[in-house]
Design a binder for this molecule. Structure first.
Ligand SMILES: Nc1nc2c(c(=O)[nH]1)N[C@H]1C(S)=C(S)[C@@H](COP(=O)(O)O)O[C@H]1N2
Ligand SMILES: [Mo]
Length: 502
């Protein structure tokens, strides 16, 4: 066992060096071409829906670091093994490097929005890793002429060589961090320098009487996407191409977009993956270019029934043309709560379709809009069997008291939110234990496209209590009690919590 520790170390070090160099090359050219991120992205895209759901549910926003750490660990274990096997059979080092290099290169080349040269970091990294392993082994393991099966081992020679390689890995890794920071810094500065014009059609001030928390701060706004690295897009070179079944194709720069009349709207956005009672929902004041007039100007060909939005990282999100043109405020957002879009929320431009879950109408890092048909094209999540249209289902959530809270008897405030974007909420009811449903008070909301805050003064008596909530939407439909999972088109069921009152 101990004999194997040194060649295993050689394998790990050679890999670390190769990967660090590859990531450095990627950082300097295109971050998404780095082998770890490319393979991670391929794993995300290939993961079956239940696995994805499990990851989002159990790991939440830690899903990405956990995935990258798992890939890194698997890589280290395999390459330790390759180091051990290569002592006797040097071709194993070559074959192992070729295999991993190929895996990284193929993953990078098959990423959506990949460029041909995205294979370079993985190939260079693999060649360097293989060469380094051979060098380390050459330094420390020489065939013993007296004993053809055994090899002599020079620990000091290995340690010296290993120190050099380890140093090289640290330098390469550190440099790639610096390169990433510098490039990221440039984009952050271009974001800070971006001056958003005042809206031609501003949002009205929030109605008096909304409670704190009506608007979700950008820093607290949930984030759900498949991007292992947040795309960093330079505003100056950003373009939006509109093409497909349009009368006239067009390309817009940021200045072109900002020259158009902007609208400002309070809109609640939520994720189809949100569980009953979940936190993947937020409300912001969005600033953007209304999409319907822009499409009408270019002309929508008859028969086109799908607007496909594409992002810099290759996401595709399909929205019904009918929905975009039906009078709602579908927009190309440039601002969120008074500042340019944060990088994680789609800088410089994202789409937003009030009334649709994010996966069906809210493409971030937008670069392309194609008019096509649902028959001709399945967007990213539709290929994975999620619903093609994604209308938001009526839902409600109890925020206060917290689940399993310990409370003191008296009049207690039960409070939460309810939403049915587009239809609006007309009533919210609360049920305590098996008693009849009672109406909660609705706080004012600016439009039917936002959630509504509600509260109920609960005369709480001692004991263990169960609280449930249900909403009625603007069409008069009562939120269903029927439980459904988020897959394939959004969770349903009443949010229920228990609390102990002393
Ligand atoms: N480019 C891109 N856009 C995307 C996604 C994505 O993975 N990539 N995820 C969508 C989903 S599933 C949701 S719910 C919303 C979330 O937007 P947010 O992260 O700004 O809250 O973005 C949508 N837009
Ligand atoms: Mo989502």
């Amino acid at each position: 066992m101990r004999r194997n520790a040194w060649p295993a170390l050689a394998g790990v070090l050679a890999t670390a060096f190769g990967v660090a160099l590859a990531e450095l090359l990627a950082a300097a050219t295109r971050p998404q071409a780095g082998p770890l991120v490319a393979v991670g992205g391929a794993v995300i895209d290939a993961a079956p829906t239940p696995v994805k759901e499990f990851a989002v549910r159990t790991l939440g926003t830690h899903d990405k670091p956990v995935l990258l750490a798992t890939i890194g660990l698997a890589l280290l274990l395999f390459t330790a093994l390759i180091g051990v096997l290569s002592v006797r059979r040097r071709w194993v080092a070559v074959a192992g490097a070729a295999l991993f290099g190929l895996a990284g290169a193929v993953a990078a080349a098959l990423r959506p929005a990949a460029a041909g040269y995205d294979v370079v970091p993985s190939i260079v990294g693999a060649a360097v890793a293989g060469g380094t392993l051979l060098f380390l082994l050459h330094r420390s393991f020489r065939p013993d002429p007296a004993e053809p099966v055994r090899t002599g081992f020079d620990r000091r020679a290995l340690l010296r060589a290993a120190a050099v390689v380890a140093g090289g890995s640290v330098v390469a890794g550190g440099t790639s961090e610096v390169v990433k920071r510098v490039r990221g810094g440039a984009v952050t500065r271009s974001r800070a320098a971006l001056r958003l014009p005042a809206p031609a059609d501003p949002a009205k001030p929030l109605p008096t009487g909304t409670a704190p928390g009506f608007v979700t701060a950008n820093a607290d706004f949930y984030r759900v996407d498949t991007a292992l690295t947040v795309p960093s897009i330079d505003v100056a070179s950003w373009r939006l191409r509109v093409h497909g079944m349009v009368g006239r194709e067009a390309e817009f720069s940021m200045d072109d977009l900002l020259a158009r009349p902007l609208i400002e709207r309070d809109v609640t956005l939520n994720c189809v993956s949100n569980e009953v009672g979940g936190r993947y929902i937020g409300t912001a004041r969005w600033l953007g270019v209304p999409l319907a007039p822009l499409l009408r100007e270019l002309g929508v060909e008859p028969g086109a029934d799908q607007v496909v939005a594409r992002s810099a990282d290759g996401m595709t999100i399909g929205t019904p043309v009918e929905t975009v043109l039906d009078g709602r405020d579908t927009m190309l957002c440039v601002g969120m709560n008074g500042e340019p879009l944060p990088l994680e929320h789609g800088f410089p431009v994202r789409m937003l379709t009030p009334g649709l879950y994010g996966y069906a109408g809210a493409c971030k890092w937008l670069t392309e809009i194609e008019l096509t048909t649902f028959a001709a094209f399945d967007a990213y999540w539709v290929r994975r069997k999620w619903g093609a249209r994604g209308p938001v289902k009526t839902a409600s959530r109890i925020d206060r008291p917290a689940p399993f809270a310990k409370l003191t008897a008296g009049t207690l405030t039960v409070a939460g939110v309810a939403w049915a974007q587009g239809r609006g909420i007309t009533s919210v009811e609360v049920r305590v234990d098996d008693r009849p449903w009672v109406k909660a008070d609705l706080l004012p909301a600016p439009s039917s496209d936002t959630w509504v805050q509600w509260r109920y003064d609960w005369p709480a008596t001692a004991g263990l209590h169960t609280l449930s909530v249900r909403a009625t939407d603007g069409t008069g439909a009562v939120q269903t009690e029927q439980r459904a999972t988020p897959f394939p088109d959004g969770a349903t069921g009443w949010h229920t919590i228990t609390a102990t009152v002393d």
